[in-house]
Structures are given as C-alpha cells and as structure tokens.
Design a protein around this ligand. Structure first.
Ligand code: ZN
Length: 124
C-alpha cells in the first residue's frame, strides 16, 4: 500500500509520528494529519499503515459498527473466526480486509446493514 501523504478530510499534510504525540505515551508508529489530527495506526511491529487516516467521526462509527457486529455474531452463537468469514463473504472482500478497524464510512454502514438484514431474514 502507498503511504498516504495528504489528508482526505482537510487536505492537510500527513506525517509519520508516534502515538505518544496523541496520548502522551506509547511508541507505536502512527500517521497523523498535522492540521486536523486524523490518524491511522500501523500493523504491529511495522510502519505499514492500516488504511487511510480516520477522524473522530469515523473512529466513533467504527466503534459503533464493532458493537453491532459483535452483538450480532454472539447472538448467532458463532465463533469470532466464523463471524469474520461470514463478514468477508458477505462483503465480497478477502478475509484479511474484513476488519472494521480499517473500514471507511460506507463499509461500516454495509456491515450494520448486513447484520440487520440477516436478523430480519431469520425472523421472516
Ligand atoms: Zn486532516
């Protein structure tokens, strides 16, 4: 993946930084927009970003989507790995891309919709 240089929200410059800049601690590499503070973390032990920078709104959306998804698959009695397999198949993406923490707004919406539709199908 190419490293993002320009923030998709504000056009600001993205720099390589450390998580302590945001949290006051931690030495993990992050990519940070110097204008609006949107950021993205990296794969463990690498300097490879896990997608594009995310702002607060997107991060909250991901949290919410995670909650919907986790509640959903637990109710189905699925294992975590079965749940992610289902998600990848439903979204038609490779399993390694089926991570809510990497998703953009529209993909988060799609996940919430999938969970909702699945439940409705079962009820019908
Ligand atoms: Zn920005």
């Amino acid at each position: 993946m190419r490293i993002q240089k320009i923030c998709q929200y504000c056009g600001g410059k993205i720099v390589k930084s450390k998580s302590r800049v945001l949290y006051g601690k931690g030495n993990e590499t992050i990519y940070l927009c110097t204008t609006c503070n949107a950021y993205v973390g990296c794969y463990k032990g690498t300097e490879k970003p896990m997608g594009r920078v995310a702002n607060t709104v997107l991060r909250l959306k991901r949290q919410e989507t995670h909650q919907i998804f986790d509640t959903f698959w637990k109710k189905q009695g699925w294992t975590r790995s079965a749940a992610y397999r289902w998600l990848a198949q439903s979204l038609q993406v490779p399993e390694e891309n089926a991570h809510i923490g990497m998703m953009e707004m529209d993909a988060c919406e799609a996940v919430a919709r999938l969970c909702r539709d699945y439940k409705n199908k079962e009820a019908a």
